[in-house]
Design a protein around this ligand. Sequence first.
Ligand code: BGP
Length: 464
Amino acid sequence: MTEYNFPKDFWWGSAASGPQTEGHVAGDGKGDSIWDVWFKEAPDKFFDGVGPDKTSQFMKYFKEDIQLMKQTGHNTFRTSIQWSRLIPDGTGAVNAQAVEFYNQVIDELLATGIEPFMNLYHFDMPAKLQEEGGWLNRETVDAYVKFAETCFDLFGDRVKKWFTHNEPIVPVEAGYLYQFHYPLHVSFKEAVQVGFHENLASAMAIEKYHATYDGQIGIILNLTPSYPRDENNPADVSASEYADAFFNRSFLDPAVLGHFPEKLIEVVQDLNIVPEMLPGDLQIIAENHVDLLGVNYYQPRRVKAKVSKKVAGSPVMPDDYFDNYEMPGRKMNPYRGWEIYEKGIYDILKNLKENYGNIECYISENGMGVEGEEKFRGENGEIQDDYRIEFVKEHLKYVHQAIGEGSNCRGYHMWTCMDNWSWTNAYKNRYGFISVELDHDGRRTIKKSGHWFKTVADSAGFTD
Ligand code: BGP
């Protein structure tokens, strides 16, 4: 038996987002986001036709939910402020009901001894701004900075940990390359512009925050380590470096180091898709770094040198620089189709220590989506999710090892607290410590993993 002891002040908790949990309440004044619009246009794209209107009804149940957080060991919890709830059209008047709602959530969390971590953008562009081009439009950057300042002004007296974006690469790849988020475009040029504007918006919000407020501000990135098929094959290694530059370093380097990676610059210059920018933009990025980095980790990316032929006439894509590699014998989460590779979390933390000044960080998402979890509900009504306990434990062991070797990792947040609405997958795969039964008006029950996590948080570790 080995003891895995974590620092006494380690952050134990989970992450969620406004659009995936809150739901709509009649007359709440919320404006539409791209998700509301897309769902109205194409409900069949969403698993079982379940849209963003209902979700887990956190708006209705937040008081009870925060008590459940306490019962599952949370000392911290991350969610997001929905831009389209706070400022319904993205740029105009503030919605007083939204202010009241987020105030109540923040106050309730603090009164329960749970520190709120607040994110500002979680894939949820206000519809009105998307009509004007969303992140492609420079004016969105200014609107975002105003939104960020409004949030700091309204809630910054109590919220001391802010994040500018969750997984900003996702709007780039999902919205402008691979068509799994609105607006479903395919354009490397647009993708680069979107990524640039998100980076700039983040740096500008950080600048404002540092000028006036005393907490910490960071960014949450899904760092997906790129492993070459063969470390001794230079072509595989080079392919994995391209994938790393596109999907990790495109945000990690500017956020922490203040500049873009060489490989990315090379590609956008070669392809003549350098984003439009104003004089001084790069300076803003160079001078305004994050204080704290959230690391979302689900799966590795395995890469080999490009061999597949490009279909004539197909658009230029990042994938022209590498092929994905299916490693024989890899361990899979069959429901989500993602590889489970626990050591990846250690490799990320080590990379941050060695190449990113050992920036203060925490695991801001890690988790296992499972379809059909109801079949694991035991006679006592509790879901017996031993697989999730195993998943978390095996990742925590590597986090523990990294900390032992000097990593500045301060906490671990599971995705997610209670089962929530996962974009087009809706409620297909369940991730929570707490189950939500849609057929019973969102009835909540703590799963076995939730009770287990409380014991881990209470004793700041576990034995295995
Ligand atoms: C992350 C997102 C979350 C959440 C999670 C689970 O990428 O930050 O919003 O959705 O992944 O993934 P999925 O919903 O695709 O199953």
